[in-house]
Design a protein around this ligand. Sequence first.
Ligand code: IDP
Ligand code: MG
Length: 153
Amino acid sequence: MAEHTLVIIKPDAIQRHLAGEVIARFETKGLKLVGAKFMQASEDLCRQLYDVHQGKPFFEGVVKFLSSAPVLVMVWEAEGVIEIVRRMMGATFGCDAEPGTIRGDFGCSRGYNLVHGSDSSESAEREIKLFFQPVEIVDYKLIDADWLYGKND
Ligand code: IDP
Ligand code: MG
């Protein structure tokens, strides 16, 4: 069964007019968009998202950053999508991320980093539930699915 992952286009990417660029990368890769929500996330919700980082020196800062302005939260679907999105995002900060990745191509900050992507199936399941009701995830078939996901065997 196809996997789901949570992607957040963070406040810096929205403010820098990069949302379309980021979405275009995932679309042209052939990933399937199954949920989307434009919102300003509360501090409480951001604390829950970054729960595993509670107590780390950057925790309060990242919560403040993510809740400071609107974000575009999405669920993308594909076989292996969690790993695919993580590789497309690149290393945590643009200063270290490889060219060709989203973080590597669009940023050089050591604090802001444009996108969030779930790092495991457990994280994806937990994070998607934080932002979406089950009915907000749309089940449909892409008309070019046979060409996108085709195999020869
Ligand atoms: P990831 O987003 O690449 O998975 P994590 O280590 O899970 O990175 O950290 C979660 C988020 O916390 C990062 O995306 C970034 O926004 C923020 N963050 C991580 N490490 C630092 C840091 O050293 N300074 C400031 N913010 C950080
Ligand atoms: Mg992480």
